[in-house]
Design a protein around this ligand. Structure first.
Ligand code: XUL
Ligand code: MN
Length: 352
């Protein structure tokens, strides 16, 4: 009972990365809006109701390839101070390994030894940045760790290399945690560690399984043909859901990063439900959003998708908390799944 009461009053903490306020470029056209400077974005977070901020390594320290390790550390420490002043919590840092010319065929799993060396160096630098900013979390979205064609890499060897990369990160700092963000495809035809099941299997093989977990993105689970709430439940079962990227996805096509709940309301309800029931957030986990606004959106309204996705989440928390659990239990006991389906849909539609 006490736990339920605590949950009722529980307030979620929301986060997003600066890349979620974007200029609207896509593979077929250049930017459609002027960029908003990073310093200005930082000032927008609190006003929009967000306390957490996510980073790629070069969001935190631009042009890091041109700087010495010491200079990178110094810049990261300066940013850490700015975040403190703004009252913002750094949630994670992720090495952006997919844009560098050295990693065009992958980083950790590249066939080229020098590309692999670069990827590991950059992962260690990401750890240094995370420590200076004040977060334990390093996220690995393994963008180009996969193949355009199946024969291009030795997949078994690639998994050895991924494990080595995870262990390298763990070994670089005793408190750092690795959060694997699985995605099955795009930009590659097939990515390694395409689902949370793969990620968690790898976590248990690592030098310190207690420091390897996952971040689940709604759209990525849908792209794998899986139900995001079941993927979350699987990670929660293992005590390994350490962050989420809530958004939505309209079927099996390019990664859309649509507003949370905007495509499939019921699927979103079930994600909120699984998080709420597990007490997600009570150990500092954040509700991260990885959403993109439409290319057509005007600059002045180009953050509405973040505020709206947060609102949709909060409205769904209310829907979860007001779902009649007694009636639900009775319908389940009676195997009356038609009744249960009607109850869910009526609840979501606000029918009386
Ligand atoms: C890519 C994706 C990334 C990661 C962070 O699909 O979701 O933005 O979340 O590197
Ligand atoms: Mn993401």
């Amino acid at each position: 009972m006490a736990r339920l009461k605590r949950q009722r009053g529980r307030r979620y903490c929301f986060s997003f990365g600066p890349w979620n306020i974007s200029e609207g470029a896509d593979p077929f056209g250049p930017p459609a809006r002027k960029p908003i400077p990073f310093a200005k974005k930082l000032k927008m977070y609190k006003k929009m109701g967000f306390d957490g901020i996510q980073f790629h390594d070069d969001d935190a320290v631009p042009d890091l390839d041109a700087l010495s390790t010491q200079a990178v550390g110094k810049r990261a420490a300066q940013l850490g101070k700015i975040l403190d002043d703004e009252g913002l919590v750094p949630e994670f840092v992720a090495p952006r390994l997919w844009e560098n010319p050295k990693t065009i065929d992958g980083g950790f799993t590249a066939n080229s030894a020098s590309a692999r060396r670069y990827a590991l160096d950059r992962a260690r630098l990401t750890v240094d940045i995370a420590v200076e900013l004040g977060t334990r979390n390093v996220v690995l979205w393994l963008a180009r760790e996969g193949t355009y064609l199946r024969e291009a890499k030795n997949a078994r060897e690639a998994h050895d290399r991924l494990l080595h990369a995870i262990n390298t990160i763990l070994g670089h700092h005793p408190e750092i945690r690795v959060l694997i963000e699985p995605k099955p495809n795009e930009p590659m035809d097939h990515a390694y560690l395409p689902t949370i099941g793969h990620a968690i299997a790898m976590a248990y093989r690592s030098d310190d399984p207690t420091r390897v977990g996952g971040l689940i993105e709604t759209a990525h689970a849908v792209l794998a043909g899986l139900d995001p709430s079941d993927e979350m439940a699987f990670a929660l079962h293992h005590g390994k859901l350490w962050s989420v990227h809530l958004n939505d996805q309209n079927g099996l096509k390019y990664d859309q990063d649509r507003n949370f709940a905007a495509v499939d309301l019921r699927r979103a309800f079930n994600q909120v439900r699984v998080l709420e029931e597990a007490g997600y957030g009570q150990d500092g986990e954040m509700i991260g959003l990885d959403v993109k606004t439409f290319r057509t959106q005007k600059l002045t309204d180009s953050t509405a998708h973040l505020v709206n996705s947060k609102r949709f989440f909060e409205l769904l928390v209310e829907k979860v908390r007001t779902f009649n659990r007694k009636k639900e239990a009775q319908l389940i006991a009676d195997c009356n799944y038609e009744g249960l389906e009607r109850m869910v849909i009526e609840h979501l539609l606000g029918a009386r």
